[in-house]
Design a protein around this ligand. Structure first.
Ligand code: ZN
Length: 185
């Protein structure tokens, strides 16, 4: 699409719905806080939905400079996929260090502790991206349990169970800690 109006001498965004064809053009100043402006547009259309059909996923926001060059395109689906990739990377790193911890727990307790610490930091990074992932909370709980920090482990299992009340492994680990704690008294 080519536009020939005066408006296009400015930088602008085009918001387009791929479901119903709704589109809107907005003037912006790319030198001025473009992230904030685009962030606002994202909030409006990704969270509020398309004004034409209410769909929230098939909306694309494109940013152009004053010469009509497409500077950036933002799609919710693609953004979500990118976020998921980063989440998966941290999660997999966490599992890697957790396994390293398990392998060292008897022979090199110091190494195990260090590996569990690293693993829990990876799960934290994953949870920064997706705080409602019960599996990341559960695995973080295992790390703290194995480091002897039972309070923090219980807190993690609680979070996991809150998100997925049918997740039996978090339940049984939490129960196990409580039984051991009781037996100590
Ligand atoms: Zn629409």
């Amino acid at each position: 699409m080519i536009f020939f109006d005066k408006f296009l001498k400015k930088e602008y965004t085009i918001i387009e719905c791929k479901n119903c064809g709704y589109w809107k053009k907005e003037k912006i100043n790319v030198n001025k806080d473009v992230d904030k402006i685009v962030g606002h547009t994202k909030d409006l259309f990704f969270n509020g939905g398309c004004p034409g059909c209410n769909n929230k996923n098939q909306i694309e926001i494109r940013i152009y400079d004053k010469n009509g060059n497409n500077l950036n395109s933002i799609e919710r689906d693609r953004e979500a996929a990118e976020k998921m990739n980063i989440f998966n990377k941290w999660f997999e790193d966490g599992i890697y260090y957790q396994k390293k911890g398990h392998m060292n727990v008897i022979r090199n307790p110091g190494d195990a502790e260090e590996a569990y610490k690293k693993a829990s930091e990876c799960f934290d990074k994953a949870l920064e991206i997706s705080s409602d992932n019960y599996s990341a909370w559960y695995n973080k709980g295992i790390c703290f349990q194995n480091m002897g920090n039972t309070d923090e482990a219980i807190r993690c299992y609680d979070e996991s169970i809150k998100i997925n009340p049918n997740f039996k492994r978090a339940f049984s680990n939490r129960e196990m800690i409580k039984i051991i704690e009781r037996s100590k008294k």
